[in-house]
Design a protein around this ligand. Structure first.
Ligand SMILES: Nc1ncnc2c1ncn2[C@@H]1O[C@H](COP(=O)(O)OP(=O)(O)OP(=O)(O)O)[C@@H](O)[C@H]1O
Ligand SMILES: Cc1cn([C@H]2C[C@H](O)[C@@H](COP(=O)(O)O)O2)c(=O)[nH]c1=O
Length: 223
């Protein structure tokens, strides 16, 4: 039985790059490690629907609770794979997990309703859906302007041909998402958190340096 680490943060902050390099670095050090990313675009019923939603291709409005349930269902459909992966590896890395749902859907309701929705999502996913809680979650903090430029550098995506999907295009939403992550980290919702700064002096740190810091944090996680 391995440990679970979740890599979290706003759009374009480097989660995918960091997750993959973390996995490769752990493997090179002799550990067994794997990455599972969410959403599972094209692989679950919910993942297909989420792809259409983010591409702006839904014939009806999708409320924050409906979107939260879709993202949670995507993970529930993948729950057996998650449990098998954590059983078979020393480290299971999530590239986005339950906290993404809390931060993003919590940003789609009035500020006064945000905390209640985030706690509703936490209970749905870790309670009713019995999804495991990470031993450590990393909040990858990248300044807004850098993250914006990095989104434009991203390779083509399976679910949209636009430069920015529906959430990325909404600048005010992205700022509320960042504020929600800060409050999730501070409150320690969904287990322990550490913040890792992905940039210094206005430029991105090399991915290997970011991964080195995360590995030091992982070594401090109690067995
Ligand atoms: N530390 C880094 N230094 C330089 N470039 C980086 C770094 N991390 C990521 N990038 C580049 O930034 C772009 C976005 O990175 P990545 O896909 O890892 O972000 P993400 O947080 O997973 O994005 P999203 O939330 O939109 O899926 C990619 O082109 C990637 O190569
Ligand atoms: C897993 C998950 C994601 N989201 C949001 C966050 C992003 O804006 C998109 C996914 O896009 P990515 O470029 O593939 O990272 O969906 C969410 O609201 N809830 C979730 O559980």
């Amino acid at each position: 039985m391995g440990i679970i680490v979740a890599i979290e943060g706003a759009d374009g902050v480097g989660k995918n790059t960091t997750s993959r390099l973390l996995c490769e670095t752990l493997q090179a050090a002799g550990k067994t490690a794997t990455v599972i990313g969410f959403p599972r675009y094209g692989e679950t019923v919910a993942g297909v629907t989420i792809g259409r939603y983010l591409a702006g291709d839904m014939p009806v409005p999708v409320s924050p609770h409906a979107a939260a349930t879709l993202y949670a269902l995507d993970r529930f459909e993948w729950r057996d794979e998650i449990l098998k992966a954590v059983e078979a590896h020393d480290v299971l890395i999530f590239d986005r997990y339950v906290a993404s749902n809390m931060a993003y859907q919590g940003a789609r309701v009035p500020a006064g309703e945000s905390r209640a929705l985030m706690e509703w999502i936490l209970a749905l996913e870790t309670g009713q859906f019995a999804l495991p809680v990470p031993a450590l979650s990393i909040y990858l903090n990248t300044p807004w302007d850098l993250a914006r430029a990095l989104i434009l550098q991203k390779a083509e995506r399976s679910y949209t041909d636009k430069s920015f999907d529906a959430y990325e295009a909404d600048v005010a939403l992205q700022q509320r998402v960042r504020a929600n992550y800060a409050s999730i980290v501070e409150a320690g919702l969904l287990g322990p958190w550490r913040m890792v700064h992905a940039s210094t002096d206005g430029t991105m740190r090399p991915p290997a340096e970011i991964v080195g810091e995360i590995i030091s944090l992982l070594e401090a996680v109690p067995e």
